[in-house]
Write a protein that binds this ligand. Structure first.
Ligand code: PLP
Length: 444
């Protein structure tokens, strides 16, 4: 039997539950409920096997920045597959797609971030970063400088290294994570954890936890601090204004490297090419993936500063993936960047559709169950609460209300995501104003 879109949905769902193990899912539930089968997509809309049109306010998993169905990317992929479908970049070989994409990323990235090490995903890229910062200090004659500090509730991937770098208790509770050599400090989540402090006081207090952690461990044992400019999967946590300047001061003064995980924030999501530009950060390494190819093909990477690349490049770095700099992925990513640039999509997020969405999104705070509705660029979240003034979560059953709200949205043909009791939006960056209106209407 050929399995195609034409099979009845129930049959597809049964085959799916029987043979396909889903990430971040309870597999046994899928046999009971059945996964929604997505069959095609165009612009900001998905179509499912029942013919329903769904507004995708999550851009897939925060990645389809230029929207679905761009023929140019299909053409480039087909051309590249015909010309050179694969060759590796190990052992002194290279190819034009990897050269061209690296040069383009060096041009777009801020400061002296001029060098790219490729991976197949954000998780792999963060694994690279973990090894790279430690190798950097080994090469500098300080091998004991090996601990990486991260934040609770951060998400940096789910491989052994990146899952350990992240700070999600659910991930740490399975499979022996975190590995040693990684330490966590608290997140700058004022709404949920700020207590009586003002956002400004709280931002400083949380930034100074980094300094306290470095003191506790000893500066000569700390290699790097890793953080997302805006925590995405943790619930779109936008730090108070005082947080980042203080963190940057500490990284500079304490001689530790800073890794900005731009997997979500990169490629226009916050209204600039990188979240680091929006928040005035100066990373030594940036992790990229997702929006780099708008999710059309798997690709990730580390964009590395002159300072770090020079040290790493002085010896053989015994690290790499079969698909590091995959030619088809590089060619598609380059075409994606051309579209983002030519259609001024990043500028529109900053100056036009982004502010429009922010204004509409803020109105959700008028709902009796919404504690705050915050957004930066085109990523935002609302906090569901039983008590606005107390900034209280639904403590006893954290996540249940979020889950139910997500299901309501889904039934309403709107994809929003929930993290505990926060509801997230992060639509394709090409979303139009009428579709923004529709998004907000369906969210209400
Ligand atoms: N880093 C951040 C900030 C992410 O949001 C993600 C994925 O959501 C990752 C890393 C991991 O990327 P991937 O799923 O491509 O491995």
């Amino acid at each position: 039997q050929q399995i195609t879109n034409h099979l009845p949905t129930a049959e597809l769902q049964a085959l799916d539950a029987a043979h396909h193990m889903h990430p971040f899912s309870t597999q046994s539930d899928l046999a009971k409920v059945g996964a929604r089968v997505i069959t095609s997509a165009s612009g900001v809309r998905l179509k499912d096997s029942e013919g329903q049109e769904i507004l995708d306010a999550m851009a897939g998993l925060w990645c389809v920045n230029i929207g679905y169905g761009r023929e140019e990317l299909a053409q480039v992929a087909a051309r590249q597959i015909r010309e050179l479908p694969y060759y590796n970049t190990f052992f002194q070989t290279t190819h034009v797609p990897a050269i061209a994409l690296s040069a383009k990323l060096a041009e777009l990235a801020p400061g002296d971030l001029n060098h790219v090490f490729y991976a197949g995903s954000g998780s792999e890229a963060n694994d690279t970063n973990l090894r790279m910062v430690r190798t950097y200090w080994e090469q500098m004659g300080k091998p004991e400088k090996s601990i990486v500090i991260s934040r609770w509730n951060a998400y940096h991937g789910s491989s052994v290294g990146s899952g350990s770098l992240g700070g999600m208790k659910g991930i740490h509770s399975q499979g022996g994570l975190p590995i040693p050599g990684i330490e966590h400090i608290d997140q700058p989540h004022w709404w949920a954890e700020g207590g009586d402090l003002s956002p400004e006081e709280f931002g400083l207090e949380r930034a100074r936890q980094l300094e306290a952690k470095i003191d506790e461990l000893g500066e000569d044992r700390v290699a790097a601090f890793i953080a997302e400019p805006v925590q995405g999967a943790g619930g779109v946590i936008i730090a108070p204004d005082t947080y980042w300047p203080e963190v940057m001061r500490i990284c500079r003064e304490r001689d530790i490297l800073f890794i900005a995980d731009e997997v979500i924030c990169g490629f226009g999501r916050t209204g600039n090419w990188f979240g680091s530009q929006t928040l005035n950060l100066t990373p030594d390494i940036m992790t990229v993936a997702k929006g780099l190819s708008s999710g059309y093909v798997p690709i990730g990477g580390s964009i590395v500063s002159d300072k770090v690349a020079e040290v790493i490049g002085a010896t053989e770095f015994n690290h790499g993936y079969t698909y590091s700099g995959h030619p088809v992925a590089c060619a598609v990513a380059l075409e994606n960047l051309r579209i983002l640039e030519e259609e001024k999509i990043v500028e529109k997020v900053r100056e036009d559709t982004g502010p429009y969405l922010q204004e509409k999104f803020a109105t959700l705070a008028d709902h009796p169950m919404v504690g705050e509705a915050k957004m930066i660029g085109m990523m935002g979240s609302i906090a569901l609460t039983p008590d606005k003034s107390a900034r209280a979560p639904f403590a006893a059953d954290a996540g249940t209300v979020g889950y139910m709200t997500r299901e309501r949205c889904f039934a309403n043909n709107l994809i929003m995501r929930h993290v505990y009791d926060r509801m997230i939006v992060s639509p394709p960056l090409v979303i139009s104003k009428p579709d923004i209106d529709l998004l907000i209407e369906r969210a209400w």
